[in-house]
Design a protein around this ligand. Structure first.
Ligand code: IVH
Length: 711
């Protein structure tokens, strides 16, 4: 579903400024959308790990290209959202995480590894504790002379958030520790969680009050703890289990893990009743199974069993590997499954027009969470599993990712159940939805996409942003925020509306003033900026339309070949109607393959896109491209610019080369004809040497391009 999850091929250091900006824009939007789902709605649709990967990439890009940072950058806003609210606390002893094992074999291997590391003879006993892994959020409670002074979340393990005032409202957490063996300073660590019944009741209250419900008890606990107003935390039923510790100043109350937990219990902390001391891997596994059997009936969510070496001296000897202790591991439960009825299949339209099927299920509890929706991924997946509406299906939920449908229970299929017919029209706008053919593999894309780019409400805002963006219409003052506001107010819902804004001036201005606090001057400035773009380069106009697969380069090729929007439209409309000659006309352009030609034809084949085009052309005048020098030294050549260019921007260099009939590429291969290198050129220069490609400097480039003159 997410176009940005998973490893990215291009290291940030190798991104061009343009690539960086495009990726940054897309990522920022994606992260913001996930933030809303996670924080606002407590209904995440991707795993924490995938989300973290997205944010890391965004941060890397912003570090490498600081100019992309916006005041409202999500990296700062959401990263800092808690920090605006809560002070930071540096953990004196880092809060670590646990390694995982997923099978009996791996658990046994963990025990063997510990023995090998300590070089223990087989007859020497070795004890472990085994206890449930609570699905909540960990917290470190610092007591000085027996008094609670600071409570902090885990954060990144090194630094967390100060949630002391909120934690003071949790009845189960003692404010004062009593006992002869309480050290001068002790940080007691454990899990803050919410019981399943309390979670259900809270959600019922939320729903009754028209407030968003939480996806699961863990999100509810996290959301309740991280409240600016401690009164809200106080009204939420949070609980605690103590199972670990951080800094201790003074005498440690015990020499074993189990002894420490017993001390915590004596001092007034809740500790988990299912902790056992085990003398062998067999006993540990037996306890794992016993806990697993009780899991569904436990009042709180757990997702595994944690094994810890009991002897604290041995723990110290074992130490840590990177961020997790060598002396502990979490034996995770397999994903939970349940069966339920498939009531229907909803089609969601993403911002790129992708149609995603979502299963609507009869509500069913899977691992303590009520599931009503599950992903069906795509059309092929539905066909492959032959899932039909009315089927009883198996649903699986693993961790916090969206539940999945494993398949139908065939024996329970109703006699009249029909195979699912995936819609070929977009449910949001009625345009055709198509699957593209990958030119390399010849295979159909798994995703079906709406072709109504400009008119599809599901895609409208993103398309409008693209329309006004720097490499398209480049309208100063009409940034993402303005577009969102205009769209919200219904002032701009289609591209052509941008150019009629001033005519509808009175209404526009009033709304701007009311909602955005704009003055008359800024509105007048915007109208002037819009007017300034009524004459626009044809390739920008084509690029702005947002035709799939038509990036800047392709837009330029099309502009050069057709020289007017009308000419392009006429050929594309014929191609869409099945005119083979017209299609061949498109593919005959060097650099335009069948995929692009198909996408262009699909776009102009939609009546509403033609309507947008006509109305746009009534407002703006695309200008044909400057004549290209066809017989010059550089025509047909492939050129790579690298290093710091001092006399021109990279965009300018590109435009210059293209005017001279050359193609600009981002990487050097044996097909490259020329490399123009500025200071600091690195790997691309090395590649040029390797492939025997000619290298010149910027001055030489200007001389040969015939634009000489002083630098
Ligand atoms: S021990 C040095 N015990 O799991 C190890 N952690 O993946 C400290 N957790 O951040 C953790 N139940 O939030 C430990 N019985 C338990 C646990 C537990 C839940 C969580 C905790 C920690 C995460 C590590």
């Amino acid at each position: 579903m997410s176009s940005h999850s998973g490893p990215r091929a291009v290291p940030v250091a190798e991104l061009t400024p343009l690539e960086a900006r495009l990726e940054h824009d897309a990522l920022a939007r994606e992260v913001a959308a996930h933030d809303v789902r996670y924080h606002g709605e407590d209904a995440p649709i991707i795993s924490d790990a995938d989300y973290d990967a997205l944010r890391r990439r965004l941060e890397e890009i912003e570090t490498a290209f600081p100019e992309l940072k916006r005041p409202e950058s999500v990296v700062e806003k959401v990263g800092a959202k808690p920090s605006e609210k809560f002070a930071k606390v540096r953990h004196r002893v880092p809060m670590l995480s646990l390694a995982n094992v997923f099978s009996d074999e791996e658990a046994t291997e963990f025990v063997d590894r510990v023995r090998r590391f300590l070089d223990l003879p087989a007859e020497r006993p070795l004890a472990f504790t085994a206890e449930p892994k609570i699905d909540g959020l960990s917290c470190s409670l610092r007591y000085e002379r027996g008094r609670l002074v600071v409570a902090a979340t885990r954060g990144d393990g090194e630094e967390g958030e100060d949630v002391t005032v909120n934690v003071r409202t949790i009845a189960e957490i003692p404010q004062v520790l009593n006992g002869p063996d309480v050290p001068d300073v002790i940080e007691v660590r454990g899990e803050i969680y919410m019981r399943k019944d309390d979670f259900a009741a809270l959600n019922a209250r939320q729903e009754a009050a028209g407030k968003p419900v939480f996806a699961n008890p863990r999100n509810a606990a996290a959301g309740s703890l991280r409240q600016l107003d401690p009164a809200i935390t106080a009204s939420r039923p949070l609980r605690f289990f103590a199972y670990a510790w951080g800094e201790i100043v003074g005498e440690r109350p015990a020499d074993t893990q189990s002894g420490m937990v017993e001390a915590f219990a004596r001092w007034g902390f809740p500790t988990n009743p299912l902790m056992r001391r085990c003398g062998s891997a067999e006993e540990m596994l037996a306890h794992y199974r016993a806990v697993e059997e009780q899991r569904a009936g436990l009042p709180y969510d757990i997702d595994g069993v944690v094994y810890k070496v009991d002897d604290l001296d041995l723990q110290r000897r074992l130490g840590f590997i990177s961020r997790s202790p060598r002396w502990a591991t979490a034996h995770k439960f397999p994903a939970e499954k349940a069966t339920t009825l498939l009531l229907g299949i909803d089609i969601q339209v993403g911002r790129t027009g992708s149609l995603t099927p979502v299963a609507r299920l009869q509500p069913v509890t899977v691992g303590g969470v009520v599931v009503t929706n599950a992903t069906l991924h795509n059309e092929d997946e539905i066909a492959r599993k032959d899932v039909r509406i009315g089927d009883t299906v198996t649903v699986q939920r693993a961790g916090d990712v969206i539940p999945q449908i494993l398949g139908p229970v065939i024996e329970k299929r109703p006699a009249d159940a029909q195979p699912y017919a995936f819609p070929t029209l977009c449910p949001a706008c009625g345009s055709h939805a198509v699957r593209e053919i990958d030119p390399k593999t010849g295979k159909e894309d798994v995703v079906r996409r709406c072709t109504g780019g400009l008119v599809c409400p599901a895609q409208a805002v993103e398309r409008l942003k693209h329309f006004a963006s720097r490499n398209a219409f480049d309208i100063e003052g009409l940034g993402d925020k303005q577009i969102e506001a205009f769209h919200r107010d219904g002032l701009v819902t289609r591209p052509q509306d941008v150019f009629t804004l001033a005519v509808r001036d009175a209404r526009a201005l009033k709304k701007l003033k009311d909602r955005e606090g704009w003055g008359a001057t800024s509105a007048a400035n915007l109208f002037a900026a819009i007017d300034a773009r009524r004459n626009v380069a044809l390739h920008r106009f084509i690029f702005a339309l947002g035709i799939r697969h038509v990036g800047e380069t392709t837009a330029k090729l099309l502009a050069r070949r057709f020289e007017s929007a009308e000419a392009l439209r006429d050929v594309a409309v014929r191609a869409a109607g099945g005119d083979a000659e017209a299609l061949a006309d498109l593919t005959s352009i060097e650099g335009v393959g069948p995929v692009v030609a198909e996408a262009v034809a699909d776009f102009f084949g939609e009546a509403h896109n033609l309507e947008v085009l006509a109305e746009l052309l009534a407002e703006v005048t695309p200008e044909p491209p400057e004549a290209v020098v066809s017989e010059g030294e550089f025509s047909g050549k492939t050129i790579v610019f690298t290093g710091a260019l001092e006399r021109m921007s990279r965009d300018e260099a590109k435009a210059m080369a293209e005017r001279l009939g050359a193609k600009v590429s981002g990487s050097v291969s044996k097909k490259t004809d020329l490399v123009v290198a500025g200071p600091g050129a690195g790997s691309k220069l090395a590649d040029a040497k390797k492939h025997g490609v000619a290298v010149i400097d910027e001055d030489e480039w200007f001389r040969r391009a015939g634009v000489g003159g002083a630098a």
